[in-house]
Design a binder for this molecule. Structure first.
Ligand code: ADP
Length: 175
């Protein structure tokens, strides 16, 4: 059985992520959507919230499971018996970052291949950061994320009030 892992922060999961997961799930027998619990960046949602939002998306997908992880992605991939790490490519800036990451991952685990899938044109400019920013400004994000994520974003932004601002700053397109 061929397994791949799709690691990311998923803060929160967007239709861009879902598109990549859907296409990866068609290429491998089993896809593990792996939510990186504690990246070095300020996030809006807790690891458990990000996990649950993603689990809701994939609950009826027969060959996709969702879990959180910490530590090196290659270690998690090895533990899962994965032969590939899936990443998505949008703008040119993504390429540089993913290239560097893939080379490092190959150095650490030569048996795990990095597979980059190109974004679908509708999602070219879609990132979790831009979704959070638009949600904070009360813009319509219903085309960009599933309905339960729209609700979760509304609730979280309301709950955090002023603090939400600091937790959703756009730093780069990559976030
Ligand atoms: P990370 O912090 O690991 O980059 P993200 O949740 O931001 O986590 O993204 C996870 C993966 O999904 C990355 O490979 C990213 O390039 C990809 N991705 C995010 N949004 C899109 C999109 N709109 N189209 C294609 N790939 C995307």
């Amino acid at each position: 059985m061929s397994t791949a892992v799709f690691p990311g922060t998923f803060d929160p999961i967007t239709n861009g992520h879902i598109d990549i997961a859907q296409r990866a799930a068609a290429l491998f027998d089993h896809l593990v959507v792996a939510v990186y619990a504690h990246p070095i960046k300020t996030l809006l949602f807790t690891p458990d919230e990000r996990l649950k939002l993603a689990q809701e998306v994939f609950k009826d997908w027969p060959n996709v499971t969702v879990e959180t992880y910490d530590g090196l992605t290659v270690d998690m991939a090895r533990k899962k018996g994965a032969k590939a790490i899936i990443r998505g490519l949008r703008v040119v800036g993504d390429f540089e970052f993913e290239f560097q990451m893939a080379l490092m991952n190959r150095t650490l685990a030569p048996e795990v291949e990095s597979v980059c899938l190109l974004t679908t044109k509708e999602y070219y400019f879609l990132s979790s950061s831009i979704v959070k920013e638009v949600a904070k400004l009360n813009g319509n994000i219903s085309e960009l994320v599933p309905p339960h994520v729209v609700t979760a974003l509304d609730e979280k932004i309301r709950e955090l009030g002023e603090e939400a601002e600091d937790r959703i700053k756009i730093i780069t397109m990559r976030d």
